[in-house]
Design a binder for this molecule. Sequence first.
Ligand SMILES: [Mn+2]
Length: 414
Amino acid sequence: MKIGILSDTHFGFAQGTERENDALFQSQQALEAILKEKVDFVLLAGDLFDSNQPSPEAWKQSFSFFKLAQPIPNSLALERENRSGEKQKIEWNCLPIVSIHGTHEYRPKDFVNALEVLEKSGFLVHLHAQKLFLRKGKEIVVVHGLSGVPEKVALNALKQWNPRPEKNCHNIFVLHQSITDFLPTKDEMAATISLSDFPRGFDLLVNGHLHWPKVHETPGGKFLLTGSTICTQIKKLEAEHPKGYWIYNTISKKLDFREILRQRKMFYKKMVFENATRESVQEKINLFFEGIFKQSFELKPLVRVKLGGTLQRGLEPKALNLAGLLAPWKEKCLLSFEENFASASLQQKIAELRKLQKSKTSITSHGMALLEKELEKTAFNKAFDVHLIFEWLEYGEIDKVIEALTQSKKESNP
Ligand SMILES: [Mn+2]
């Protein structure tokens, strides 16, 4: 079978802003292209909506999207199996769209989920800890769907459901969670499932939620991050990958990524300065933006710049007026920025400590070096031999120290 896979369309995203049509504009192109490929069904990996209680505007976007598949006839027999093992045939007239809900649509038990509404409308088949058997002649594809749950309980939900691949079928497992392997720090509020937790023996593991597209080879098999069809946060990883969708062939097991043709481009730039002047910051900013606008864009691009490092002594970050430096470019893009300049003195102290650490000098000479530096800041003006005093102190020659210091004091305060 041929399957179109996409995820994270986020209908309703950025409502009331210049980007309010992006969610539908980009996801619609993805679905249209998938339908042209004559797929047997479409698999969605959650976060169709941006909110768990979509606005009428978001519902309208979703209906426009799902209507695209309605004229296409269904050639598959569908049967859903519940957690208890109970099976139920599903009558479906148009091209099947199979979906789990994501973390954005999650609602506690006993509340109606937006995707249940879409199923009642005949737009999709919704799975939560359920299997869907899709039969075409002799070939059976089983989609094992675990919808999004709060991250803290995700590993537990996976273990409790404990899906096992069906014999003589092509098994696809789909979920919508964070994965610890892709996060920089361990935090159970952010993720509990690791790649090693996935059940073995599946032909394909599919995960929504993380918005950049990528295929990973894992102990559990091929692991697909579908990526989103829209950018909801400008991150480095996302800016490196254009938005798109996947075509999967169950016989060759080939996964092809296709870009959405007309999409809002995204740029992310981190600039680190050292002892920068206002002019050097301005120059670097202009160079970056001139590079971007060598090409023209159908949709204003998203640009995020992150500036940090140190400024020239005496130049306070406030005086830099970054917003002012960026102003000439504001009209041409959807701009956001972050500045994180360390104060020069703190930065200097860190640099000094690093230098000392590298030189591997003894504690005594560290102390000596620090004392000399501190004395330079006072009115001391080399009134006594620091090295000698320090050496005496080291060997407990207090009397000598007092004598030398009182002597020098007399000399320097006539
Ligand atoms: Mn999402």
